[in-house]
Design a protein around this ligand. Structure first.
Ligand code: UDP
Length: 460
């Protein structure tokens, strides 16, 4: 029997689901590349989007000096000194797609470079499991849901299967999000400290689903949330870690303008006209249909094109259905570009964000919203739903615009497109805000501090 628990440690990138076939079959989203962008930079011309490229080697700590300065890096090395020889395991439910995988991809190699031995394991489950965990995810974000006995059993069965096949011999085990939360059942047979890292908005959870998960969460040594407002009444210590982006990743690094131009040309996007973009999985909570409606309203007054760039995550079976809804909403408008991209298109996403005049993230519910962080880092005027961790990033009229409705979003699109100087200033402030608070180096620092705290609990 195949081991369903795929692991990859030092390189920081689990192998599982990195193929087009695995992506298509698990996410239910087909790989319909609308064009075949030819990359400048490290990509060969004529690259086919259906083929995952070989990922570039992860950057080293020293490479960040040009972005954050030497003092910040010295601090990380100092904090890591006492942790040499300690081991850490990160566990989540998807190797590709979504913000958690994005962050782990960078965090794991950097911790290893600092000699905190870190591995990353991905749990596996059937479609029945991921359908239930997706429903849990939506319910924890406040949607209505009927929690059945069967759903509980399936959730527990897959967690148990993964528990039996995984080993927890590290000093600290970090479980990300609710999907693998019941792995805490392994704690009695491990010497590890257990941390639950919750990336989702728990401010208004479905009571029954939360009551089902809470007993698991309470058995951890600590919980980590992405925003003050997500914390719950729990008998364990709770910490605030802002999520982060990597300024040197393919998603966020500087690009040659010729590459940006090439990507736009290949998709048929006209850079001489305003471009409004939302990058997101095709998920109702990201409200892509609302974005189309807002664009329609704004377009009565200002010329613009709309780019909706998305894809599915391997733990999100709803993607194909939502994609279809978005296509129907867009109709035959030739200024709307719906790009269904596989998750290995970081350079293309980066280019689309760079090319954008405005970026929108009209989420109805959100964990933190890394797409907002990415947009602000690129100095783009950003309009986003005032939900989840987004208000931590967008300070109204200072680092961007917060909206609460389709009409509000339409108004801000129109306003910012007609006030470019104000828009430019928002983008500039946004980039500074990210530099101060939401880069990977700050996140590494927080993990090191937490690890030191936990290790002090065992070292008198
Ligand atoms: N993303 C991507 N391709 C897509 C859609 C999203 O690479 O087709 C990336 C996006 O750039 C961001 C992450 O996936 O880095 C999404 O994180 P976010 O916190 O915004 O949302 P989540 O998907 O985790 O709910």
């Amino acid at each position: 029997m195949m081991d369903p628990v795929k692991t990859r440690s030092e390189e920081g990138r689990p192998a599982e689901a990195d193929t087009p076939e695995a992506f298509s079959s698990r996410s239910g989203v087909s790989l319909q590349s609308p064009a075949t962008p030819a990359g400048a930079e490290s990509r060969k011309p004529g690259r086919n989007l259906d083929t995952p490229p070989i990922p570039p080697p992860p950057p080293h700590l020293d490479d960040y000096q040009s972005v954050v300065g030497g003092a910040d890096l010295d601090e990380l090395r100092f904090l890591a000194q006492q942790l040499k020889g300690k081991s850490l395991k990160m566990v989540n439910s998807t190797a590709v797609g979504g913000g958690v995988a994005e962050m782990l991809n960078r965090l794991v190699p950097l911790l290893n470079e600092l000699e905190v031995s870190t591995r990353w394991d991905v749990i596996t489950g059937g479609n029945d499991f991921f359908e239930i965990t997706k429903a849990f995810h939506n319910a924890l974000h406040g949607s209505s849901y009927q929690l059945t006995r069967q759903a509980r059993e399936i959730f527990l069965m897959y967690n148990e299967q993964n528990r039996q096949r995984m080993q927890f011999s590290e000093d600290v085990v970090v479980i990300h999000d609710p999907q693998p939360a019941a792995l805490i059942n392994a704690r009695d047979s491990s010497h590890a400290h257990w941390v639950w890292r919750c990336h989702i908005d728990l401010s208004n959870p479905h009571p029954e689903v939360w009551e089902f998960l809470r007993p698991f969460v309470e058995r951890y040594d600590a919980a980590v949330f992405s925003s003050q407002s997500f914390a719950r009444q729990l008998p364990i210590p709770q910490y605030l870690f802002y999520p982060c982006i990597d300024p040197l990743s393919e998603k966020n690094r500087e690009l040659e303008d010729s590459f940006v131009q090439k990507v736009c040309d290949d998709f048929g996007i006209d850079r001489r006209r305003p471009i409004v973009t939302q990058v997101s999985r095709f998920d109702r909570l990201k409200d892509p249909v609302g974005v189309v409606q807002a664009y329609r309203l704004a377009k009565k007054y200002v010329d613009c094109q709309l780019v909706l760039a998305g894809g599915g995550a391997s733990d999100d079976p709803e993607g194909a259905v939502v994609l279809q809804e978005v296509k129907e909403a867009a109709g035959d408008d030739h200024d709307v570009f719906i790009l269904d991209l596989p998750p290995w298109c970081a350079l293309e996403i980066n280019a689309l964000q760079h090319a954008s005049t405005l970026i929108v993230q009209k989420s109805i519910k959100e964990g933190f919203g890394l797409t907002v962080t990415e947009a602000l880092w690129k100095g783009k005027p950003t309009i986003a739903g005032a939900v989840g961790g987004i208000p931590n990033q967008i300070i109204q009229k200072l680092t961007g615009a917060l909206v609460h409705s389709v009409e509000g979003c339409a108004y801000q699109i129109r306003y910012l497109l007609t006030h470019p100087e104000f828009a430019r200033q928002l983008g500039k402030n946004g980039r500074e805000h990210v530099k101060e608070n939401f880069l990977i180096t700050t996140n590494v620092r927080r993990w090191l501090l937490l690890l030191r705290l936990l290790s002090q609990e065992t070292t008198p």
